[in-house]
Write a new protein. Sequence first.
Length: 304
Amino acid sequence: MLNYKQLHYFWRVAKTGSIARAAEQLRLAPQTISSQIGTLEQALGTELFRRAGRRLELTAAGELAVSYADEIFQIGRELEETVRNRPARGDILFRVGVADVVPKSMAYHLLAPALGSADRVRLICREDKLERLFAELAIHKIDLVIADRPLPSQLGVKGYSHTLGRALIAFYAVRKLAQTSRKGFPQSLHGAPMLLPGDGAAMRGALTRWLGEHQVEPQIVGEFDDSALMKAFGKAGTGIFPAPVILADEIRSQYDAEIIGRADGVFATYFAISVERKLMHPAVVAISNAAKSELFIADNATAG
């Protein structure tokens, strides 16, 4: 079995570049550290350092060992922090990453059932780029990722994509702009000011194709990774913007925007991505069940 004390000594030497500096930090004799690293090299069956004059350089095996040690000690720090700040007895810690392209209101509707489940859940939610969230899922730093696309197979991350549902997309605008754009829709969008999600959003490509199929070329005045910011510009009358039909009531109340028309055939699909092939976490099960039986049912009926 790997001796983690020896690994820590090796890691310190690799980070400081010197046995003497590592010994000073660890308050140990240099001979002790050198001996322990030698024992680790014997256990691994390879050299981790080579001499370059008076300096120590990492071998290829040493470089690989450092990358693993970085991850091991990072997980150790996270374990210590999590245990120290653990939730009250009986609570279930539920750590979720939400892709930054997922609308905030949609994320709320998807995650809210977790807090209403029979078990007491403490939700820890963070937003980030999908690539970083997938990396954190791989090392079990988070339990679930809410995304608008499945987990790409080429990432090499062991995980499973569970479809929560799909939402039909419509175009919205403040009342004055909506009234002038409804007549002759969708040709009325030609030359109209348009706010679109950034290239990172899965539905961007479908919207572009839909506009092309209808031979409509709007004036794109803004592109946004953050859908809430896009809607804020829409509320100011800057342009027309796309969003799921099932959020129409919230968009009307929060952003004073109305539906101009629907982009038939264009959907935003939402996924729960976890390391579980079969959903077992009670909070994830609650999210999946509510999404399929409550959240998307009205929209699917409308779309069908």
